[in-house]
Design a protein around this ligand. Structure first.
Ligand code: HAM
Length: 431
């Protein structure tokens, strides 16, 4: 019988790497709390129509990459429905915003999420079919200030803070404005016209895009096409006055907060809902999939999916890519060692060892429990791999209440009364 394996593009995450994932998530939650965000948890699957209307029928995500199925009615009272595993979470958050009438509070909603997303892309380093995003959205009625460029700058400043607190060095913030929907339509036509005389010299993909979606030509990575792309008109010249003013206000606020950025005229992003500010943080260590995170403003998304006017801005970080970057920087996920390994000398001491482990764990210590059939040598070998110290529990120790503790870092062996053991194990971090 052939062995079953994880499906292509999906992965198991194992310790010690999962400790790094937990650290990243704990840091993100702590930073988001300081900026007064609350957590939202939306379902992992949604009605397919949400993504078709929200993200856009013409995008790669919707046209090629979604996991979609027909969910048959189970009862007469139900209807069959076409459902999709979420490929991203902005559409789901905005759907929840509309469904729960959050706009009626009159307040700005600041919501973050952490969880899996699904896209049927070609797997490679940093690109998976199930991946995890850490994202946030700021959305609300215009009266709550949701259109203000300060919101854009605040989100970008928060991201810079988060990456710095995680210890990610060498990131670049690329920022651009794609203007209003009308600006974008105007630019599309300008680009289409500019491509006519040169597109014959470009790659097959660009020749197709020049007809179907000229904006996507700007994403082309083929080296020979780059000199041609550099000569194409830029979207900045198609923006209306309001969009130009908005962008200038975002960059002025970034300057005030000393957040470094690069204006990237080619950053138009692959989702249809964006308006005005778009951005990506990239990292050189990631190779071809170099976007650590992406986001932008989506002032018309709520109306697109049947809601009230609710401008917003948000981002999603590729958590898998954060982990890759940190692993490359730190060379390996640190092994987490237990504070102590309890070694009972004989099977009759197993119950007492369990009780001792319970006492120490209740005191907040990380404890590994050995087993009495181990010889002392095997206990020492196991303990040396998993814990910083070993606590020997034999008949003598049980009777006298004085335990023998060996510290692997220093080689010191100490006799410690049971009542003082937890404090001894806790403090001896300082070698
Ligand atoms: P996105 O650019 O499609 O935007 O994805 C955001 C990030 O998710 C990417 O920069 C990347 O780090 C990660 N990512 C995307 N696809 C994969 C994959 N197949 N494997 C691993 N990581 C991946 C969005 O999803 C928008 N919802 C962001 C947003 C929020 N815009 C406004 N609010």
């Amino acid at each position: 019988m052939s062995t079953l394996k994880a499906v292509r593009g999906t992965r198991d995450l194992l310790p010690p790497e999962t400790a790094l994932w937990n650290r990243i998530e704990a840091t993100a939650r702590a930073v988001f709390a300081r900026y007064n965000f609350g957590e939202i948890r939306t379902p992992i699957f949604e009605d397919t129509g949400l993504f078709a209307r929200g993200v856009g029928e013409e995008t790669d995500i919707v046209s090629k990459e979604m996991y979609t199925w027909e969910d048959k009615a189970r009862a007469q009272s139900e209807k069959s429905q076409t459902l999709t595993l979420r490929p991203e979470n902005t559409a789901g958050v905005v759907r929840a915003y509309i469904e729960h009438k959050l706009g009626e509070t009159g307040q700005l909603q600041k919501l973050y999420y952490i969880g899996p997303q699904f896209r049927r892309e070609r797997p490679q380093k940093g690109r998976y079919r199930q991946f995890s995003q850490i994202g946030a959205e700021v959305i609300g009625p215009p009266s709550a200030g949701s259109e203000s460029p300060v919101r854009d700058a605040e989100v970008l400043e928060m991201l810079a803070t988060l990456l710095n607190e995680l210890g990610i060095t060498g990131w670049t913030l690329n920022i651009n404005s794609v203007g209003s929907a009308a600006d974008r339509a105007k630019y599309n036509e300008t680009l289409r016209a500019a491509l006519v005389p040169v597109v014959g010299l470009m790659c097959q993909d660009c020749q197709r895009r020049a007809v179907t979606n000229p904006l996507r030509v700007l994403d082309c990575k083929v080296p020979e096409d780059q000199p041609i792309i550099e000569t194409l008109p830029v979207i900045a010249d198609s923006l209306d006055e309001d969009s130009k003013k908005h962008f200038a206000a975002v960059t002025a606020a970034l300057d005030a907060a000393a957040v470094p950025y690069t204006r990237n005229h080619r950053l138009v992003r692959g989702l249809d809902y964006y308006t005005r500010t778009t951005f990506e943080f990239t990292h050189g260590g990631l190779g071809a999939q170099n976007a650590l995170l992406g986001g932008g403003r989506y002032d018309g998304l709520s109306e697109l999916i049947g809601g009230p006017k609710a401008p917003g801005i948000g981002f999603a970080i590729g958590e898998d890519r954060l982990v890759l970057t940190l692993l490359a920087q730190e060379s390996a996920a640190p092994q987490v060692l237990a504070d102590a390994f309890i070694a009972p000398l004989g099977e009759s001491l197993n119950p007492a060892a369990l009780a001792l482990a319970q006492q120490l764990r209740h005191a907040g210590l990380r404890i590994e429990l050995g087993e009495g059939s181990f010889r002392l040598k095997k206990s020492f070998e196991a303990a040396d791999k998993t814990a910083r110290k070993i606590v020997i529990l034999g008949e003598d120790e049980l009777q006298s209440g004085i335990l023998t503790v060996k510290d692997f870092a220093t080689g010191n062996q100490t006799k410690v009364p049971r009542a003082e053991l937890a404090a001894f194990l806790a403090k001896s971090d300082i070698v």
